[in-house]
Design a protein around this ligand. Structure first.
Ligand code: F6R
Length: 242
């Protein structure tokens, strides 16, 4: 595990974008596993800037996102497809057909999970998977539990996750109750993992995930098993590490 700690979130964004950019520069048709949420927004802005400046092209890149809410379609402004379009895909030279987010508005969400896994499998190994970290240790929408499902699956969102995400909806009742998420097994299959965490409110869970016991009750702790894990933190998020 390689832990990088920077003073400011701006530095974290720049370094995160550089790590992703270097993968694409080395392999123009790289397969990127992407995340939504507040954490990667600044990284995506940096990638957009590199693309605008002609320093980086996404024309051959393929992407697979971690997760999507069940019950809302890609046009919904809180869907993760919409988020990705708004924060990244609409502003770079990527072919939208090469961008993949689970479809949350299908009649059969279980079948969608099987389809999504098969598609990732057929595409080949993800060159890198970008992750944020939930306050309860979730990665993707893999919530703390007695066991973890390896592949893409439907999850019931923990109340604290719905509460945390209610800030993006009119009220908590509008936050979907279920989501489709890549499983921890899918995530661990990526060649490289980039876990990015910012803010003092995540310092305790960062400590637990990286220096605590490996347990399905803290899904991010399973990342300790990955041979090529980069953790990128701001000073506040890393403040409790020994
Ligand atoms: C997002 C995702 C989640 C978030 C996590 C942190 O696709 O899968 O695991 O990474 O909830 O969210 P933020 O970055 O908003 O603190």
């Amino acid at each position: 595990m390689n832990i990088l700690i920077y003073d400011t979130q701006e530095q974290v964004n720049k370094v995160g974008a550089t790590i992703l950019a270097n993968i694409v520069l080395a392999k123009p048709n790289a397969i990127l596993g992407l995340a939504t949420g507040g954490t990667p927004v600044g990284i995506y802005k940096e990638l957009v800037a590199k693309n605008e400046q002609g320093l980086l092209s996404f024309s051959e890149v393929r992407t697979y996102n971690l997760d999507e809410y069940v019950g809302i379609d890609g046009e919904h402004d809180q869907s993760y497809r919409y988020f990705m379009n708004e924060n990244l895909f609409n502003h770079i030279d990527i072919n939208k057909a090469n961008t993949h987010v689970p479809n949350g508005k299908v009649a059969d969400a279980e079948a969608e999970c099987v389809r999504y896994d098969a598609e990732i499998e057929a595409a080949g190994q993800l060159d890198i998977q970008l992750l944020g970290l939930g306050h309860n240790g979730h990665i993707g929408f893999n919530e703390p539990d007695d066991s973890q499902v390896p592949g893409t699956h439907v999850v019931e969102l923990a109340q604290e996750t719905r509460q945390a995400n209610a800030r993006f909806f009119a009220n908590i009742d509008e936050v979907p109750t279920h989501a489709i998420t890549m499983g921890v097994g899918t995530i661990l299959k990526a060649k490289k993992i980039l876990l990015v965490v910012k803010g003092e409110d995540k310092a305790d869970i960062v400590k637990q995930a990286l220096q605590g016991p490996i347990t399905t009750q803290c899904p991010a702790s399973l990342l300790q098993l990955h041979p090529n894990l980069i953790v990128l933190l701001d000073k506040a998020a890393g403040s409790k590490l020994s």
